[in-house]
Design a protein around this ligand. Structure first.
Ligand code: PEP
Ligand code: MG
Length: 568
């Protein structure tokens, strides 16, 4: 059995698909038979085209027209006459097919990457993908395509990047196992949203687990069982049935108001990453959207999405939520969220670097495209704008200034928007917590991002399993920070919510009720359970527990006290 981080609940039983980075190294050797070498290259090219066409067809039938269009570029580069000639000439000159392919595609790659036009620049990534596909074929290496795995597959991979997760076919993948990442890493968040059991940070899993092994992924307990015995299989099938029955019991909370046992209303909303996730949020009975991570729109694209494209995405969510609140966070790039075409410089410490609102304010014209799209969408629902990673009051003031400029521009264009749109901030840095009083005077609402707040408060990277023992919402420093933030918002009379993963933690919910949190924003599958937990506590009970807990000295003591008080 392998142990890891319990990143997404549930039990998955299936066959391991180990996606190792292919080894594309080769030793250049002159071919003995040049014609045979050319034929070897042509055969690899034909297989690549056939495979890509298959992917395009599957994408089209799944409604992914745009993605299918991007794959079309791969076909173009595989069929390109100029590249073809250059490969064949190099083979004629004595190169092997691998070297000829590398040199031809590298030349095109360098040509595109050095162009000023962003559109052409973005094509460099397509060229690189075609080169990888052709080389892998020539070298007999298999590239795992997450979008076309057979049923009951369990993906075993070193790291699941946000862009890889976009490819996941959730109907066929029943589990995820990785070598890196913590509970609040973006792969974990996406796995939870997709309701796929996941265990992360399993050391050396891509070498210890072999393709085709039978696996059980216990995402609730962070365990992976390789080649289970029949008894183990039976026992986990039974556990899976119990989990399903538990889930079914929560159905009585569907359609109910979210309120504490003594009748105080709370707002229970969902975190989403793309417009289609709003459907899942509505299906899980969310009362709105508390966090739309707009960066996923940017990550899924190969160039900056235009104002119209962004508008369409935001409008779709607004319409889907039918007048319920929708908080959309402006681009939160950097840290563990990379967007290749933005060409951000490598930094020694990206989590403390040029990211999120810092990047946006340094690129105001680009930021205003997003702000105008958000304003336009605000004519179709209750959209609110949220700013990530704020550390300085000036940042909020600047964003508000840009929003005003955008309003004036839309007035000139005669485009409608909500002139009273609310602008709020994430509170996810110690600085924002410490100046919560100043920010409360400038903002319409707060949403506490515990994923980052815990990390920055404890100086413990959210994805680093070696320091995960420090990364706990139960840390006295974190609890004091939460108390302060919620208290300042309450004092100023503004709404305060939480969109970090802690909002769905059953142990901490009574403490949040006691502090006075108004809104809980959780992943869609956690909605009903969170409503159930909130309904178990009166304010008086929550206050008594919180008073006790705030006197404790360590996270372990706090957690033990919360566990002892948890209601069954
Ligand atoms: C957070 O930091 O808690 C948060 C919700 O933002 P993200 O997880 O996207 O960084
Ligand atoms: Mg954050």
């Amino acid at each position: 059995m392998f142990e890891g981080v319990n990143a997404s609940d549930g039990i998955g039983i299936g066959v391991a698909r180990v996606a190792v980075e292919p080894d594309l190294s080769f030793t250049p050797t002159a071919p003995e038979d040049k014609e045979a070498e050319k034929a070897r290259f042509m055969a690899a090219r034909d297989r690549f085209i056939e495979k890509t066409n298959g992917q395009i067809e599957r994408m089209k039938t799944s409604g992914l027209e745009k993605e299918a269009g991007i794959m079309g570029a791969h076909i173009e580069f595989a069929e390109d006459e100029g590249i073809l000639d250059s490969v064949n000439e190099s083979i004629e000159d004595g190169m092997c097919a691998e070297q000829a392919v590398s040199e031809a595609y590298d030349m095109y790659y360098n040509m595109f990457i050095n162009m000023d036009d962003e559109l052409f620049k973005a094509r460099a990534a397509d060229v690189a993908d075609v080169k990888t596909g052709l080389l892998a074929d020539l070298l007999g290496q298999e590239l795992v395509d997450l979008s076309s795995l057979p049923e009951n597959s369990i993906v075993v991979v070193h790291e699941l990047t946000p862009s890889m997760t976009a490819d996941i076919d959730r109907t066929h993948i029943v589990g995820i196992v990785t070598e890196t990442g913590g509970r609040t890493s973006h792969s974990a968040i996406i796995a939870r949203a997709m309701e796929i059991p996941a265990v992360l940070s399993v050391a050396d899993c891509t070498t210890n687990i072999k393709n085709g092994d039978l696996l059980i992924v216990d995402g609730t307990n962070g365990q992976v069982i390789n080649e289970p015995t029949n008894e183990e299989l039976d026992s986990y099938k039974f556990k899976a049935e119990i989990l399903a029955a538990d889930k079914a019991k929560l159905e009585v909370y569907r359609g109910k108001a979210t309120e504490t046992a003594d009748g105080t209303s709370k707002l229970l909303v969902a975190n989403i990453g793309n417009p289609d996730d709003a459907n899942a949020a509505a299906e899980h009975d969310a009362e709105g959207i508390g966090l739309f991570r707009s960066e996923f729109l940017f990550m899924d694209a190969s160039e900056l999405p235009s104002e119209d494209e962004q508008f369409a995405a935001y409008q779709k969510v607004a319409l889907r939520m039918k007048g319920k609140p929708v908080i959309i966070r402006t681009l939160d790039v950097g840290g563990d969220k990379e967007i290749p075409y933005l060409d951000l410089q490598k930094e020694d410490n990206p989590f403390m670097g040029f990211r999120a609102v810092r990047y946006c304010l340094a690129n105001p014209d680009q930021y205003k495209v997003q702000l105008r799209a958000l304003l336009r969408a605000s004519a179709f629902g209750d959209i609110k704008i949220m700013v990530p990673l704020v550390t300085d009051l000036v940042e909020i003031r600047k964003v508000k200034g840009l929003v005003k400029e955008c309003m004036a521009e839309l007035d000139e264009r005669g485009v409608k928007y909500n002139p009273d749109i609310e602008i709020g901030t994430m509170i996810e840095t110690p600085s924002a917590s410490l100046i919560a009083d100043l920010l409360a005077a400038e903002c319409d609402f707060f949403s506490i991002g515990t994923n980052d707040l815990i990390g920055y408060t404890m100086c413990a990277d959210r994805g680093n399993d070696r320091v995960s023992y420090l990364y706990e919402v139960y840390q006295p420093s974190v609890l004091r920070s939460l108390k302060r933030i919620i208290g300042e918002a309450n004092k100023a009379g503004i709404m305060v919510g939480m969109c970090g993963e802690a909002a769905a933690d059953p142990l901490i919910i009574p403490v949040l009720i006691s502090f006075g949190l108004d809104e809980f924003s959780v992943s869609s599958p956690s909605i009903l359970r969170t409503r159930f937990i909130i309904s178990q506590w009166t304010k008086e009970e929550a206050d008594a527990l919180t008073e006790k807990v705030m006197k404790l000295d360590t996270a372990a003591e706090v957690k033990a006290a919360l566990q002892a008080a948890a209601k069954k």
